[in-house]
Design a protein around this ligand. Sequence first.
Ligand code: ADP
Length: 624
Amino acid sequence: MPSRPLRYLPILMLFLILTALSGFIAHRLALQLGLAELQATGQHRLDLYTASLEREIGKYAFLPGTLALERDVLALLRQGKDARLTAQVNAYLEQLNDRAGTLSIYVIDTAGHVVASSNWRSADSFIGEDLAFRPYFLEAMESGSSNGRFFGIGTTRGEPGYYLASALADDATTLGVAVIKVSLEQFEKSWTTVEAPALVSDENGVVILSSVADWKFTTLRPLDDATRSAFDRTRQYNRRALTPLGLKALRELGHGAQLVSIARESPGMALPSPLAGRFLAQSRALPGTPWTLTVLSHLEQVDDIAQSRAAVAVAAAALLFLLGLIANQRRRHLRDRLAAREALQTAHDQLERKVDERTADLSAANQQLQDEIAERIRAERTLRAAQDGLVQAGKLAVIGQLSTGIAHELNQPLAALRTLSGNSVRFLDRGDLATTRTNLERIAQLVDRMGRITGQLRNFARKSSGQLQAVPLCRAIDNALALLEARLIQANAEVRRSCPLPEPVALCDVNRLEQVLINLIGNALDAMEGQDAPCIDIGCERIGRQARLTVRDYGPGLDDDAIQHLFEPFFTTKQAGVGLGLGLTISAGIIRDFGGTLAGANHPEGGAIFTLEIPLCDENEHND
Ligand code: ADP
């Protein structure tokens, strides 16, 4: 990416080119318009000056010819020198000159000598002067009519003027020439505007009339030697220096207009500012003369206007360019903002789409999870039902194990009852009522004992409600031991039990707790089978908010395999038909349902110890 200043270089270049171009075009247009305007004004002035000059000259055109009507004039020319006639004609000419307002009026004979003149009184009178070399004389003599027109400087007084000459003829003979010299000074004075000078040049390019006094008798173009010697001969400009004006053509514009420049300084002349510089020169030939009228219009003003318009155009272009730049900048800024907003919207849409997708995924996952949970709950229910079934099966198994003992337990009192009832009948026959009474009381005791045994068996076999309730733990131990009484007696086992006061009460199902205890005590008896004096320690204590029950035996203890797989279903080391390997699995499940734990370990002093912990009742805790 180009650095900042370099990036703006093309814009700066464009700015410079545009402003320069608009300045240039405005300058050119203003110049052209100004020139056209100047040309129109110049043309108007040209018309005006031409008309007034024609009028001025035409005013006197007839005058020389009228002298042919004067008898005395003709007589003087015819007769030659005659003092009286000369005096009369001189007086006449003097009068006429005064009336007509001309410079001088004089009459020349065919030889070229002045025979009479309006200025006869003055010392430098023309009378007697030889003017045969003057072109107007020659022309008039040649044509024999009033054709002699000439602008020149007087040879006597050196006074410039316009000469109108006319041949004076008597019948067909030319007797002489009448000449009127007119001053065009008044006419010149009407061109007073110095800023827009006007001039009349003759066929040789000599300025003969000019609004600028210094320009008079200067040349517009260089004179060749032939022309100069002709001037010497005719003394047209009375040997004036005729220096060049210093005018240089710059460009032709058509219709007699051109751009010219006049040098500020030329030999023998230093011009003030409005008379030097660049001009629009418009020329026109004056009808009836070989002269050219030229009006000059200074270009300074047009230049000034063109320059100021160019400056305005440059400023306007710069302003427009800057406004354009600002508008462009603003447009780009808006476009960037729009793009950013669109990008943001796109990102937002994408995010929303992703969130929707994720939400859909999440709800699908959630649904799946819910389905899984429902499945688990169903499985758990099935498991629980199966477990309940197992518990029941376990109970029935225990009952089966107990049945031999119980049958034996019931057989004994039944036999005693048979004997006692037979004896009682005999004692009654003998009339020994005291012995009969004693026998009956013994019978009642035996029946009670049998009722207790069957009641406990019924309680144990009953299906558990599943409802947890406050269970006094020592009573539960007693019930379990009562159910096992026959087995304990048969094995000649000693049971050592301790129970603290007050009796701990746990929140559980009494029926199931008894089942667990019967299982643990049964396993202990199995482990010590064959020992002479088997002994079982049953403990009950409070540990914080828990009740801890322990069943310890003095058997061989648990080997590594048994410790590893103790609570796994169908793990058993017992003979087929004796053990199913379900007792501890079911017991652990029951205790877990109570919110407690069951663990088996080897006692440090030998034998196995099973520890059972279940939560105490709140009420029980308060009592504590
Ligand atoms: P079963 O009694 O039907 O075998 P149990 O789950 O009650 O099933 O016991 C599993 C096994 O744990 C027993 O086979 C025995 O190997 C071991 N066991 C249980 N209690 C004791 C104990 N007090 N001493 C030694 N081993 C025991």
